[in-house]
Design a binder for this molecule. Sequence first.
Ligand SMILES: [Fe+2]
Length: 423
Amino acid sequence: SIQKLGSKKVIFLPVLQHVLWNNKSWKPNSIILIYKNTLLDKECTESTCFPPTKKEIYCIFLCDQKIINGIPTRQKDRNPLYVATGLCLFYKNPEGKLLSIAIQLSQQPSEQNPIFLPSDFETDWLPAKLFFKSSDLIQHQTLYHLLHTHYLAEVFTIATLRCLPTVHPLYKVLIPHINCTLHINILVRKLLLSPGGCSLGVEGLMKLMRRDLSQMTYSSLCLPENINERGLDFATAMVEYYYSSECDVIKDIELQEWVNEIFTHGFLENKHSGIPSCFDTIEEVAKFITMVIFRVSVQHAAVNNGQYDYNSWVPNGSLLLCKPPPATKGESSMQTVLETLPDVEDSVKIMSAARILSEKYTDEVVLGEFPEEHFDEPLPKEIIKALQADMSYIKEEIAARNSKLEMPYTYLNPDVVENSVTI
Ligand SMILES: [Fe+2]
């Protein structure tokens, strides 16, 4: 099995967000991974799977879709739909590209669960990638996009509106970051979480989200520390301005109710999540407010803005598949690949949803912009100016980096990172 093949030195990669076909062809021998919120470089290690030659270090990563295992799929026109619970090994080559090198389509090793390789016939390797990528997209949309940004944003929105009065300084800090979230989430529930959606169906998606929520941790939601340390401290500066001692924090009943409401109703009082149920220090408040703003702005942009580019071409990521994953090599053909993909009607639905969700709207407010003035005091105004200066600097840095890339990465440019979850 792939689990054995990987050995202990394989790095587990739980958040694989965008695997795409090589853009020169829709059926290449390799796939490239664009990773959005994992910082892989630091996690590279030597692997015993591929003996190093000369002084090269090979980096091997494992992406495991076990969270989907056992979740029932829905039917379409009385025929079952299918989802794989795959494992994929990736190799980071000396050019820095991550290439898939082995795919197993279900968890339990057996003769009916072969390991597909790039050296197999194209008609074996292609369906393996198709199934793995489909499950990846389902995970991406349901968990990393919907649950980890939209629905958390909703928890923060409700807690803010219920617990913090409009004159509370943290209400003023947070109000730009909860704009339109309830509206879009109502539409999401009506339109996307509908019976005609992905292979898992509404019931399966709910089960998947419940499973993921029970494992969600505070640390996984926070801005990676190595980014936080680079001086992007808007939230910290604001919190430190309004709270001069730990006593101020402890005595702020509204703030304590706010975080407790998030712990109780958002995380179902799960102490293992590490989400605080109260605050004792200024530092804890600053960390939490940073997490909230990061999640609803930057993190949402990272998982939202590339939807049309990567998912409008349905074979690159189909939300539903109509044939079971191949259980033996040498039995698939291009005909079975086409029969596996959704029909024209479902394909158009997937494409149009990706299009609408990636659209730029005229009333968007990007990170660092504050069209409504909530602060009168000079220091908070200075802090906002410092944030805007940081954003301009980051914009230039990203533009310079993109000018050297074959495929520019634009989704986190401050120009397109909205203040709140609005789409
Ligand atoms: Fe979104």
